[in-house]
Structures are given as C-alpha cells and as structure tokens.
Ligand binder design. Sequence first.
Ligand code: NAD
Length: 452
Amino acid sequence: MRHKEIFEKQKEFYLTGKTKEIAFRLESLRKLQSAIKRYEPDITTALKKDLHRSEFDAYLSEIGPTLDEIKYVSKRLKTWAKPRKVPTPQVLMGSKSYVYPEPYGLTLIISPWNYPFNLAVMPLIGAIAAGNCVTLKPSEWAPHTSQVIMQMIKGIFEEEYIAVIEGDVETSKALLDLPFDHIFFTGSAQVGKTIMEKAAQTLTPVTLELGGKSPVIIDKDANIELAARRIVWGKWLNAGQTCVAPDYVLIHEERKDVWLAQLKQEIARFYGTDPLTSENYGHIVNERHFSRLEAFLADGEIVIGGKTDAQRRVIEPTVLTGVSWEAPVMQEEIFGPILPVFTYTDLDEAIAEIRKKEKPLALYFFSENEQNQEKVIRSLPFGGGCINDTIVHIGNPHLPFGGVGTSGLGNYHGKYSFDCFSHEKAIVKQTTQFDMPLRYSFTKNALNWLKK
Ligand code: NAD
C-alpha cells in the first residue's frame, strides 16, 4: 500500500533531523506561501465547483486566512521554538530548568469539506512550524479543492516530508491504522469518536476540531440592525455550512418582530430577491445533505425563505418559528441555511435552555449590557464566541480556536497551533559543582528538612 511506503519514508526523513532546523521550517513556510499565491486562481475555481463559493468569499474565508497565518507564524517562530528557561524552586538549588518544544514527529491531518482549503492548510502551517512530517487527507466531498491541494503540495514538497493522500472514508481508516505520533482531525463529533477510539489503541495524542449547535442570544437591549446584519453574514456564509455558524436564535420576545423584519431586509441586501440564483450564495455539498436539510423545513413555520432547487442543491436563507425543542431540526447540528428562532422573556430562561444541550463550539450574545455580557460568558460552557458579532473570533491569531466537550478537544491558530503540534519536553540541568546531601534518605535530619 502506497501510504505505508510513504509513512516509512517519512519516518526515515524525520530521523535525519532536517524538519527540526528552524531555517528549513521557515523556508517550507515561505514555499507554501508563494504556492498559495500562485495557485489562488485554481483554488478559487475549485471552490466554485465544489461549493459554489464566490471569489470574495473564497479569499475572505479560505485563502486570506492561510496567508495571514503564515506571515504571523513565520515572524514569531524563532522565539517560539527556543528552549524556555523557567524558574527553579529552592529545593533544586544549583540547577536550571527549561522547556524544550519538540515536534511530535509524524502527524496525520484529516480535514472536512466545508472550508476544504482553509481547514487542510491551517493545521498544516502549525505542523510545519513545529517541525513535523505530515500526511494530509483532504475531504472526498470537495474533490476539486482536494486535487488542487494535492498538486500544490506535490509541487513544493517531497512526500517523505509532506504528503497528500486523497480518498474517502476507507482511505482515512487505512491511514488510522498507521502509528502516527499525532492526529489532527476536523469533522463531525460522530467521526471524532471513531478517531479517538482508534488513537486510544496506540495512545496517540489527538486534536479534535468538531461541531455542535452554536446558539445566538439577542437580548432586550441589543442593537437590532447590527444583530440582523452580522447574523445574516455569519449564518448564510457558505449556505450555513460553517462549523461556527449560528445554529439557532433565542431572542427576547419584545424584539422578535422588529428583528425578523430587519433580518429579511438584510438577506435581500446580501443575496438579492432570488437567493436561489445569486452568484454570492453557496450550494449544499451533496444530495444526502440536501435531503436532510429539506426535511427540516417541515419542523416549523417558514417566516423567511423556504424555496429550494433540488437540481442545483440550493436552499434559500430560511427562518423557522414555532419550532419545538424536540423537533428533528433541534436534535443535530443543522449545518445548512435554516435558522430556527425561539423567544424568551428572561435571560436566565435562555441560559437554562442552552445548558440542557451539549457544549457548543461557539456562542454569540447581542446586548449592550456589560453585566449581562459577563453573565453569559461565565455561565455557559462553549468553545469560543463573540459579543455583538458572529464568527469573527476565529480570525484573531492571538485567540485559541477549538471546542470543549463534544465540540472538540484541543485548539489551534497562531501560537496555539505551534503548541498543538509540539511536545513540551521538561529538562533540569543539574550542577556538578556541589551535591545537596539533605535530599537523600540516609542523611541525618533529611525528613525534617523535607517537611520544612
Ligand atoms: P466528517 O466527520 O464526515 O468527515 C471529516 C473527514 O473524516 C473527511 O476527510 C472524511 O473522509 C473522514 N471520515 C469520515 N468518516 C470517517 C471514518 N469513519 N473514519 C475515518 N475517517 C472518516 O465531517 P464533514 O461532513 O466533512 O464535516 C462536517 C462536520 O465537521 C460538522 O460537524 C462540522 O461542525 C465539523 N467541522 C468542524 C470544524 C472545526 O474547526 N471545529 C470545522 C469544519 C467542520
């Protein structure tokens, strides 16, 4: 099998120590940067074919972030990779203590279809920066983008260092049979469990970037106009097929009507009066997802949108009201352009409702009240989120990106990516100038000294 052969070659190459050299890592990042720039038109075309993404959206959410990340990481890599001196307690008098960041070795990255370029290349940047060899498996559901990634990587790296292996679930499973030193997986919670189970057999460390039902709360005092515009942007970007997209809305009862009216206006502003034919609007990835989403339309009263085009797999930006918490649309991550809206009269009620569900990947709160902002941040568990906005928290490289509980394990972006792909080796450098006999049990009064 080809992937086994590549794995063996990577093991050999890793042992040469080449990937650990800072100059080599920086040069690899530079090569990747110029390849992304060169391949920009191909990436854009592939994203259009796979998901009907616009050029603007492709740059904003796929190409741009990877170029920014390379710049950010390259500038700081030398400092991050240096051994860090840390304080030493008095009992270890005479010695010095350090943390040596070290690459894991051979890393496997498995990525999803929804941001097929970004979610393959962002972790790759972290893995290179930390000094690893990488096997990358892009998603079979974005075949054009997968092919461009393959060509791009093949053109700049030897496969003994970085290899792309295209394929479906079976390919992914075969790769998981190999004893990688670290697995970085982005995808559904369901598959995440399989990955973790598999990794448990070899005690391989895993990073799991998963999904969930990310709520939005719009409180009584929220800026309604901005709440509408920023939710339209975050929800219907890529037709709702975004891991951190708002999944459902909880709005204060008194603001519901005015917000819905504003939302309708904003949708028309973004996608025109016929979103089904808009060049700026994404399509659903495949027939299975299209039918799954179409069935959700029956779970409530359609107050905005609702039209579909099965042939091109498009569903209008759709808002549902009168949905039961027990309805199918509320039992799984929607991952599509349908937005159920619920109302509440007291913020505590909204918080209690969210708490009944699994810990989400993101949460968004729209309010002018700082006390309530703090209350929401501190009283609910979630991966990350925004106050008065949606999604933008993932664009700040100073912030970790990752979930908690069923929405993920571990995080990345910026320095967090470097850490994600590194092991922190703890070292004490002891003096030989003298010996501290008091720590030895044969020394008189050793116990009294220890207890001091
Ligand atoms: P998925 O879990 O079906 O597939 C992801 C990858 O895993 C693909 O490459 C696929 O080939 C592989 N795979 C699928 N089944 C497998 C199995 N049984 N064994 C081994 N490998 C397997 O996810 P998807 O449909 O591509 O993406 C959608 C999900 O990903 C959503 O839940 C979404 O929230 C989540 N997601 C999370 C993030 C994040 O950063 N946290 C980002 C994007 C998507």
